[in-house]
Design a binder for this molecule. Structure first.
Ligand SMILES: [Zn+2]
Ligand SMILES: [Zn+2]
Length: 316
């Protein structure tokens, strides 16, 4: 099946399916498993993106969705911002929207959530400037009913979007281009967030870097500060520094337990475009805080063995 066929099927079958029991329903499964597969075919093999679809949790959602998450920004739809297909509640069409994780905002702001989302959306829009030329800017109309809880929040959370009416879902070529284009906008927003113009805020290993290199270093750090990923790396690779053998628990006892830093091995000059490899074993190493700082300053930022040979073994 193609994405075009999948979206049509979603619009046609969802209202009928939603009258049936949720558990074990085929359409629900289709949204969770199959549609994300068609979307992933378009995003290609890129560890950076997570694709998820949901017909609701425990019961039918008023607004079913399929989302593409940039793992540098968020790994859950409750948080951050991401690209998402949102079905209108009256099934008259589907939005492809750069939208926000509304749940976290709701928890934080309660009844002020709508305002908070609206303010943030316009802030993002301002940052995107003329990158959002052909898009619907700001709020969208999901034809929400009174019962819908998240729908109204997604309406105001939309930064920019495209709308496909049910009778007129574009062909696969157009769907593909639209998705790739809005992912570019997503990427632009992400990289704008990485930019720092205030030299007071530069970290010690960033001083004197050219703008392009600063952006790459920021991306590198963003990868390493992805908590879920870092946890996985540490679990699989252990807690002993690969460069110097330092182990925090051995040295400091209980308080050092589980303490180590994940270091991403893709050479910074190769961090171009949006593709990154994020295999927790192949693409990372674990380093103590000292070695981590120093490897970033050294000429061997991606080669732990060489770093060890020159700076650690030689000395001892
Ligand atoms: Zn070390
Ligand atoms: Zn690092």
């Amino acid at each position: 099946m193609s994405l075009n066929a999948a979206l049509k099927l979603l619009i046609e079958e969802y209202p009928k399916a939603a009258l049936l029991p949720f558990k074990g329903n085929e359409v629900a499964e289709f949204i969770r498993k199959e549609i994300p597969e068609y979307v992933s075919e378009i995003t290609g093999k890129n560890d950076r993106y997570l694709v998820e679809g949901s017909p609701g949790k425990g019961n039918w959602a008023y607004v079913p969705w399929v989302a593409v998450l940039d793992r540098f920004i968020t790994e859950t739809v409750q948080d951050g911002y991401y690209v998402v297909y949102l079905v209108k509640e009256d099934f008259s069409g589907i939005y492809l929207s750069l939208n926000q994780g509304v749940t976290t905002v709701q928890n934080q702001y309660g009844s002020g959530a709508k305002d908070a989302l609206r303010v943030r959306a316009s802030d993002y829009l301002a940052r995107l400037g003329n990158s959002v030329g052909g898009y619907i800017k700001g709020p969208i109309d999901l034809a929400v009913t009174q019962k819908s809880k998240l729908g109204p929040l997604y309406e105001v959370g939309s930064v920019c979007s495209l709308f496909y009416s049910a009778e007129n879902i574009p062909n696969d070529e157009v769907l593909k281009n639209d998705l790739l284009n809005i992912l570019d906008v997503y990427l632009i927003l992400t990289s704008k967030e990485n930019q720092l113009f205030n030299s007071n805020e530069l970290e010690d290993d960033e001083a004197g870097l050219e703008y392009e290199n600063l952006k790459k270093v920021r991306t590198h750090k963003r990868i390493e500060r992805n908590k879920k990923l870092a946890e996985k790396v540490k679990k699989l690779q252990g807690y002993t520094c690969e460069a110097c053998g330092f182990n925090f628990e051995k040295e400091y006892g209980e308080i050092g337990k589980g303490f180590i830093e994940a270091h991403h091995l893709t050479p910074i000059h190769k961090l171009e475009g949006d593709k990154v490899a994020l295999d927790p074993v192949k693409d990372f190493s674990v380093l103590c805080a000292n070695c981590h700082r120093m490897i970033h300053k050294s000429e061997f930022v991606s080669e732990v063995n060489e770093f060890r040979a020159k700076y650690i073994v030689k000395k001892s």
